[in-house]
Ligand binder design. Sequence first.
Ligand code: IPE
Ligand code: IPE
Ligand code: MG
Length: 255
Amino acid sequence: MILSRARLRGKAAPVPAPAVPQGTELPRHVAIIMDGNGRWAARRKLPRLAGHKAGADAVRRVARAARDMGLECLTLYAFSSENWKRPEQEIADLTALLKHFIANDLDEFHANNVRLRVIGDYHAFEPSAVEMVERALAKTAANDGSTMVIALNYGSQNELARATQALARRVASGELRPEEITTDAIAAELDTADLPPLDLLIRTSGEQRLSNFLLWQVAYAELYFTEKLWPDFDAEALAEACKVFAGRQRRYGGL
Ligand code: IPE
Ligand code: IPE
Ligand code: MG
């Protein structure tokens, strides 16, 4: 796989990002735990909302960079199932930023043949946000240039519990035998079922934990932690992470 993969697909020829040398092995699927908005704001003596706004700017920047670089799939952890523990006002601010993103930026991604996907149960958000997400999903459903996945009210343990329940129901109904619950059968029930395998997981802000993100999918992903706070993350930082990825030797247990 080379940098010009997206161009080979014959859709909306991307402009290669300058910082990744031609011929570099690109990850197919990159996921990012976008962390550090609050600390970015605190360092500037600004309210946390200012950090989230700067974080939303980073989402735009990085999503564009991923698209231009020719990444097949970018998954962004926007709101975890544990983030409901935050103050009501912060949750309202984050929901408003999501709506703002869909209202203002979706058209650009749609015009560039990007398909939007959501993982997690987004129905827990306020009805106007749910409606906007649904319209965005429907509008971009047929796009096949690249995929942008937003994790909303996502928790990996809950995702695995839901998948297990679905399999149990199929066994109970006689449609599936217990021994047919293979790793492939489990993967097929996850929210990520139709996405390419996860190659690279990035977490910003210096924290080195997964915070209930893609626990199954991360099995053989490469992990990349950076001290950079999410609002400071940009095309250059994404290219650097991809460069480090290209230098990794993936053995999958073999030699
Ligand atoms: C990430 O930034 C955004 C979300 C989790 C929604 P944080 O809000 O977690 O920022 P810190 O960790 O407090 O700096
Ligand atoms: C993880 O960040 C969730 C998102 C980036 C959406 P958190 O800031 O919520 O994670 P913890 O609480 O530090 O583990
Ligand atoms: Mg955080």
